[in-house]
Design a protein around this ligand. Structure first.
Ligand code: SF4
Length: 297
């Protein structure tokens, strides 16, 4: 399969066929992002995509799920996505769902009817970096959407029957606004009731704007104690009917997974136990390794 540059995918797409349909990210401007700095955005020609699907049909004909690459493949028009879905289902008849990264702007550019057609074409399980429900944090991260826009577009997806992962970045509002961030993010999550909630914690790599803002003092990172407080407050405020919480990203101080609401108290206890375990380090900052993994526990 042809694939350009580093390929990112959600952890739960480990068994999916990765199919490149775009290169880079059409937004490519989030302040914390270092994924595609040197990859100019482009749409892959349909002939290239079809050649890759033909190759996949020869090497892995039993595949059941396809994940479209790169950074926001849902930017493609509904027509193009339906064409890709048609080729996937024709050549890989066992495929049940087609997932991809999507932004709030990508959803906004499609009509309700197009969203319904996309669901009927097997597109299900979008992975969306909403990051926060607090407008101050969204502006600081340059996400290109507000909390209200996210609410409106995510509800449109639900109406069309498309499941998605609501991705959150703990600590993204910084040290001064962690409480407000937890409250506003929980409120947005409760309003849209996502199928999946994916949490990571803020970290910045050299080369992204946020890294320079942290170095210059323009952005004040949360301490270990504040990250734990924010996570506990967020989970405590969640009122969900049936959502899987996937918080096992290596950037998190408390890796955890579970179903909400059933395991809410268990999750809160896990955060409290970690706070107790790290009580001598609560005013320090987490030391990060690859993928933002926490090194100083
Ligand atoms: S939308 Fe995703 S890939 Fe694009 S700049 Fe933001 S975080 Fe990076």
């Amino acid at each position: 399969m042809n694939m350009t540059g580093i390929v990112y995918r959600p952890p739960y797409e480990a068994n999916s066929l990765l199919l490149q349909v775009t290169m880079g990210c059409s937004h490519n401007a989030c302040s914390f992002c270092y994924m595609y700095p040197d990859v100019p955005f482009r749409i892959c020609p349909m002939e290239e995509v079809e050649a890759d699907i033909e190759e996949a049909a020869r090497c892995c004909p039993g595949v059941r799920r396809v994940f479209l690459e790169h950074g926001d493949a849902f930017v493609l028009s509904a027509d193009r996505l339906i064409k890709i879905s048609g080729a996937v289902h024709r050549l890989l008849p066992k495929v049940e769902t087609i997932a991809m990264y999507a932004s709030i702007q990508n959803i906004r550019s499609k009509t309700d009817e197009e969203l319904r057609q996309l669901r009927a074409a097997g597109i299900h399980g979008l992975d969306i970096g909403v990051e926060s429900g607090l407008d101050a944090a969204l502006t600081c991260m340059n996400k290109g959407h507000t909390s209200e826009e996210a609410r409106e577009q995510l509800l449109r997806l639900t109406k069309a029957g498309i499941d998605y992962s609501f991705n959150v970045i703990l600590g993204c509002a910084g040290a001064g606004l962690w409480k407000e961030n937890a409250d506003a993010t929980a409120e947005l999550i409760n309003a849209v009731q996502p199928h999946l909630l994916f949490t990571g914690s803020l970290h910045a790599e050299p080369g992204c704007r946020l890294y320079h803002d942290m170095k210059s003092g323009a952005f004040r990172e949360c301490t270990i104690g504040q990250l734990l407080d924010e996570q506990e407050r967020l989970i405590g405020h969640l009122e969900l009917k049936d959502t899987y919480y996937f918080g096992s990203h290596p950037s998190n101080l408390v890796p955890m997974q579970g179903r909400l609401p059933d395991q809410k108290q268990e999750m809160i206890r896990a955060v409290q136990e970690t706070r107790e375990h790290l009580r001598a380090h609560l005013d320090e900052y987490p030391v990060r390794g690859g993928e933002g993994s926490v090194l100083n526990r």
